[in-house]
Design a protein around this ligand. Structure first.
Ligand code: KG4
Ligand code: ZN
Length: 342
């Protein structure tokens, strides 16, 4: 019988300090997430320097907790995995330094993981039958990518954000309508009380790049609408604006994805990233995929937003292919999908 591969995974690319223990890429033995949201709320967004400092304070305890929740010792681990990019450089460095130190002291191999590859791999945790090839939409605070997952670790990007990522647009619009940070979950909640057809916001299409996304025009349209209401002295219904904006984003994400699935003759589709926890988006994709006979996958919300279990899932397939990093592994803030950090 083949030996189990048990991975201690670390994630610190933005404002979550996280560690997890994952067996054979699919079984989560522990998943510890220390969220810094409360710390950054007063600033209306993530302050990189504050995030790095808090990661330093929390990382050791989060890692110890992950091992203890999994009822495992460090010596039981096959590999130490860590997000090495993309993300905030100072934040990434905390996780990378911790992982390198643990690997050096214990002699356990080190595996650097791409954060977006982690988000996509979150789908493997709860969908044991899911395996490449399939198409994935990754929508997070910093990325909107339509990706063809050809094999484990082999990706073709077929669409990307030209300006604001979907999550960034959610956060900026939430701020403009007075909902504050973090914007995505707040818009999601408020939208349930609003009319999604109250205001029409434009859905951008990019010439000759049918699967690319542009959300900054939509965000500006919301700002213009708010300004014109104020100038005319008209009352603004926050729930209606939130619901109408959310519907516009969902229309674009679903529309582009369905077109791409059809063009690539692909019948399996998985969403990932923080925005994938949006209830309206999940329902819209479920309906659109069901209508077309496409199998639809999405992780539970806790595996959509940043976590280390997804890094452990991705690392398993990297490790199995022989990916292993030396102590020169660095944090690469703008690491491209499919690119390796050394
Ligand atoms: O994947 P993630 O946790 O971190 C990044 O890698 O960026 O994504 C964070 C983003 C934020 O922009 C947040 O507002 C958005 O995901 N988000 C949501 C929801 N939950 C988080 N957006 C829409 N609806 C949600 N329920
Ligand atoms: Zn993320």
């Amino acid at each position: 019988m083949k030996e189990d591969v048990t991975i201690l995974a670390i994630e610190s690319s933005c404002d979550e300090t996280a560690a997890a223990v994952v067996k054979n890429g699919r079984e989560v033995l522990s998943n510890v997430i220390y969220s810094q949201i409360a710390l950054h709320t007063r600033y209306g967004g993530v302050v990189p320097e504050i995030a790095s400092r808090r990661h330093i304070e929390k990382i050791n305890r989060v890692i110890e907790q992950a091992l203890s929740d999994a009822d495992r010792k460090l010596s039981d681990m096959t590999a130490i995995a860590v997000t090495c990019g993309p993300g905030l450089v100072g934040a990434l460095l905390v996780g990378v330094s911790a992982a390198k130190a643990i690997s050096f002291a214990s002699g356990i191999p080190l595996v650097g993981v791409h954060h977006i590859e982690g988000h996509i791999s979150a789908n493997y945790i709860e969908h044991k039958e899911l395996a490449p090839p399939f198409m994935s939409l990754v929508v997070s605070g910093g990325h909107s990518h339509l990706v063809m997952v050809k094999d484990y670790g082999e990706y073709e990007i077929i669409g990307r954000a030209r300006d604001d990522a979907a999550g960034e647009a959610f956060d900026k619009v939430a701020r403009a309508i007075g909902l504050g940070y973090p914007g995505g979950p707040k818009i999601d909640r408020v939208s349930r009380e609003g009319n999604p057809d109250a205001v029409f916001f434009p859905r951008a299409k990019i010439e000759n790049a049918p699967y690319d996304f542009s959300f900054s025009g939509m965000k500006s349209a919301v700002l213009n609408y708010l300004n014109s209401c104020k100038m005319k002295g008209e009352e603004i219904c926050t729930a209606d604006v939130a619901a109408s904006f959310q519907k516009a984003v969902i229309d674009v994400l679903v529309g582009h994805s369905m077109e791409a699935l059809c063009a690539y003759n692909c019948s399996r589709f998985a969403i990932a990233g923080g925005v994938a926890s949006n209830s309206g988006l999940r329902a819209a994709f479920e309906a659109a995929c069901a209508e077309r006979g496409i199998s639809f996958y999405c992780p539970s919300p806790v595996y959509c937003t940043d976590n280390a279990a997804m890094i452990g899932a991705a690392a398993f397939y990297d490790y199995r292919r022989g990916v292993c990093h030396g102590f020169d592994l660095n944090a690469v803030p703008n690491l491209k999908l499919g690119e390796r950090a050394f």
